[in-house]
Design a protein around this ligand. Sequence first.
Ligand code: SF4
Length: 436
Amino acid sequence: MANKKFKGRLPEDPAVLEKEVDGVGRYTAGAISSMAYGVRTPIVDGNIHRLLTRLLALHAPQTAPATIKFLWTAAADLVGQLPIDDDREGIAGDWNQALMELGSQVCKPVSPDCAACPLQPACNAYSEVSGLHRSESNSRAECTLCAPIPLTTASDLIPSVQVFPMKKEKKASREEEESVLVLEWRGSGHDEGQEGTRKWLYVKRPEKGLLAGLYEPPTTPVNIINSATASASVKSQQYLEASLSALKVYIDLSSQDIATIIEQARYIGSIPHIFSHINMKYHIIHSVLSAPTAASDSSTGNGNGHQLPEILDTAPRMAVWLDAHEVEHANVGTGVKKVWSEVYGSWGSFEPTTGGISANANYVGIRKRKTGASGGGGSGKEAVGAKTKTKTLEKNSLSADGDGLVSDHSGSRKVVRKIMMPVMPVRSNKRIKVDQ
Ligand code: SF4
């Protein structure tokens, strides 16, 4: 209670609580007021929402403002009818807790226990399912909130109380594609196996929205290219160009750096990644910059090698060069681990796979994959991807389209690829701390 105005005591009035105390919404305000102070005020949480929609047989969009308003009014009516006498000071709090408990333990989302429900005699959903009080169901036609209930039987009975609350409409997932550039920098000593001389460029995602605040290799939205009209080479060129132009806003690249990134680029392939509302396809490119050799001019970065490109002050988001240990412990999403697995074999591995081909940006190393990503989650959640098995293709022996479908030049050979789920390293709770 940082607000001195309240002198360390939460206000009793739910309207004041909601308005004056940060982080307190209508539900929390009602819960505090009714349970701590006995104020006769309602609450509507998810359990009470479901319970009331069944009691009232309300078949209306769950989150529509009119539905929410109706349920809060109904909850307030019920609280208002509780008996009033001196011995029942805490009755509103008890009532609200009882409704929540009944919703969570009896009137459950799936398989509600109507036989054991003390509210069964007053429950409109139960009545409609049982065929009781059929005349009252005509009132549904007059309801301005309710949508028609699809009936599956000729009896005109509602099949189950579970038709309440009304099912949420599932939005169709949208298709998106992104180019992911796994840019590796190899410092001097790498060849001798020294540790700490390799770094990877990571960018932090915005703090809001999809995968908020997680780290990822530079990832750039690209237009979906029609597989039928563009060759794999053309598509992979476009992915690299998109990644390069995005890269330039994060790090200071010399023309020699850019030429090397292009020269060393391997188009690893394309993988699907399913979010709850997005069907994403990642087009993965791996490239390497190496530190100056002894023979080159290490003080200027001229010659055959490259200094670690500096992060630009003007970078629109935080970008960092991470060493192997930091990469392993970085706060990343499942999609990044899948991308990493395509380049290095598994999450936590740092030896590039032999697949893919570096040929002066002539990317022909796409490999067959058998996809099967599935699942989904809430807002911005990732689904866990599919299982895979890899067979490396020989250079120039296969052609591929941008969707990763491969055939040999005779057109009949099939290459089986099974995507392995990233092997999770043994993790400590340590997360990367990056100075803002
Ligand atoms: S009778 Fe069934 S549907 Fe109605 S409130 Fe009780 S458990 Fe829920």
